[in-house]
Design a protein around this ligand. Structure first.
Ligand code: UD1
Ligand code: CA
Length: 496
């Protein structure tokens, strides 16, 4: 049987009181509509039409939630679920059977869709619907059966009398329809008391025409939750988060306190990851085996390599290697790339920078638009001054360089391999490999106290791997005798 899925997602969602269309409200980080279209796809229905309101067919968010392969068709006026389905008539014309799903039921599983499809095929029914008993019933259509258990009708809550309201079996909003029957049947429906055309009335029409109406009951009643209100959105969120936690624990992840762990449905964790309380693994984050995350951490769209430790810190759009340690209290911003064995301590911020293997950024530093080599040491409070008020500039620091505490590296600037900047230096010129600079602005520090060639920082020799002694400068500017020079040099040495 050739199936075509139609997902209804054009409703106004007025009860959400939101500027965001209801199907795009997120559950566990993913728009509700995406769960529904993914469930159809996972159940083997590749032909998918999503019915959306005017203006939404061009929306990138709807496109991404529906999937690139889905068709978006517009219901111009929100005249009810039956009218919404009619909007997909041409799009779904080639199918033998139509699978209808509602865009506000994010907890739907592919298993339920599969069981609906197989029941429909097995019974050769005109209509097959998914129902649940012992689920929260508020707002849902009640399934009315006769004494022999045959379905007679679906009665909407607002139209139900007390006896009907007491029925515990409710309509999930997922159906299989015979494609040869449904379109004309929809066109023949009359509007309900509130002027809307109800898809649920098609069931009664099938019964009246003596056609087969079959049903499947969903295995896990919580699946059928339809989100009409913020409170139902929170219920869906709670159920989905628990599903994620159960799944990852099954996969070998330790959650120290599952209730205080938030894992988006799009995140991936390896076995033997341990997540400590109050941690959020969000977006497309991937955490490799042996990592310990948290407590109190937020990891968004970030990849973390094996055996890394991430404590009380925040990362977004970062890439972290193996055996890296971050935190507590640090922040990795988009484009932070940390190689293996990097150590980021407390109060460090790394943005759009690559940090080479074994490099340490231990204490309250800002590293932005920088490239740090291997085994670099960034001292406490060192900062890349990357912004001149108009533009961002790059800082490049070579392998084994030692950036002293409180150094200000005024970009664009390069610190050569093995170079040293003294504590508190303000580095405005490139520092050749192996050189030592200090002071404000930073100047080369000679090996021999008191030897200096020139006061001006502009005369600093560039790109010299092995500078000659006479090329070295001291920071001393005005001393008139050797004793003063020695004293100044000694001070500079002590700042290193
Ligand atoms: C609907 C069912 C109810 C069922 C419940 C399951 C009807 C008449 N009622 O009620 O029996 O128990 O879902 O969650 O079908 N939509 C459109 N265009 C419209 C109206 C709605 O596309 O003009 C879409 C909505 O975006 C939504 C879905 O259809 O995704 C269901 O509409 P909604 O208004 O939420 O129906 P309920 O009152 O929840
Ligand atoms: Ca609904």
């Amino acid at each position: 049987m050739k199936w075509s899925a139609v997902i209804l997602a054009a409703g106004n969602g007025v009860r959400m009181k939101s500027a965001t269309p209801k199907p795009l409200h997120r559950v566990s980080g993913i728009p509700m509509l995406k769960y529904v279209s993914d469930a159809a796809r996972a159940a083997g229905v590749a032909d998918i039409t999503v019915v959306v309101a005017t203006g939404h067919a061009e929306s990138a968010e709807f496109r991404s939630a529906a999937g690139d392969d889905a068709r978006l068709v517009v219901q111009t006026e929100q005249k009810g679920t039956a009218d919404a389905l009619l909007a997909a008539r041409e799009a779904a014309a080639a199918a033998d059977a139509i699978l209808i799903l509602y865009g506000d039921t994010p907890l739907i599983t592919p298993e339920t869709v599969r069981s609906l499809i197989s029941e429909h095929e097995k019974t050769d029914a005109t209509v097959t619907l998914a129902t649940a008993s012992h689920a929260p019933v508020d707002g849902l259509g009640r399934i009315v059966r006769d004494q022999s258990g045959e379905i007679l009708a679906i009665v909407e809550q607002e139209d139900a009398d007390d006896e009907t309201l007491a029925i515990s079996e409710v309509n999930a909003g997922w159906y299989g329809f015979d494609a040869n029957w449904i379109w004309d049947a929809l066109a023949a429906l009359r509007s309900s008391a509130n002027g809307e055309y109800y898809l649920t009335d098609a069931i009664e029409a099938a019964v009246r025409a003596n056609l087969t109406v079959a049903s499947v009951s969903v295995r896990e009643p919580s699946e059928i939750l339809g989100v009409n209100t913020r409170s139902q959105l929170a219920m869906a969120e709670a159920t989905m988060r628990q599903r994620q936690r159960d799944y990852w624990m099954d996969q070998g992840v330790t959650l120290i306190d599952p209730a205080a762990t938030y894992i988006d449905a799009s995140a991936i964790l390896a076995p033997d990851v341990t997540i400590h309380p109050n941690s959020h693994i969000l977006g497309t984050s991937t955490i490799a085996a042996g990592c310990e995350i948290g407590p109190d951490s937020i990891v968004i769209d970030t990849t973390i390599g094996e055996d890394s430790r991430f404590v009380s810190s925040h990362a977004e759009g970062a890439t972290i290697g193996k055996r890296v340690s971050v935190g507590p209290f640090s922040r990795l911003r988009p484009g932070a790339i940390l190689d293996n064995d990097v150590y980021i301590g407390n109060y460090a911020e790394i943005k759009n920078s690559s940090i080479g293997p074994g490099t340490h950024v231990g204490h309250f530093s800002y590293v932005g638009d920088a490239e740090l080599g291997k085994r670099v040491n960034i001292g406490a409070g060192a900062v890349t001054a990357n912004y001149d008020g108009k533009q961002k500039h790059r800082t490049v620091i070579g392998d084994d360089a030692f950036v002293g505490s409180g150094s200000m590296l005024v970009a664009p600037v390069q610190i050569g391999r093995g170079a040293v900047t003294g504590a508190g230096s303000v580095v405005t010129h490139d520092v050749p490999a192996g050189d030592t600079v200090a002071g404000v602005p930073a100047r080369p520090v000679g090996d021999t106290p008191g030897t200096r060639r020139d006061d001006s920082p502009d005369h600093h020799p560039h790109n010299t791997d092995h500078p000659q002694p006479d090329q070295h400068e001291t920071a001393a500017r005005t001393e008139s005798d050797a004793a003063t020079g020695d004293r100044e040099n000694e001070k500079l040495r002590r700042t290193l």
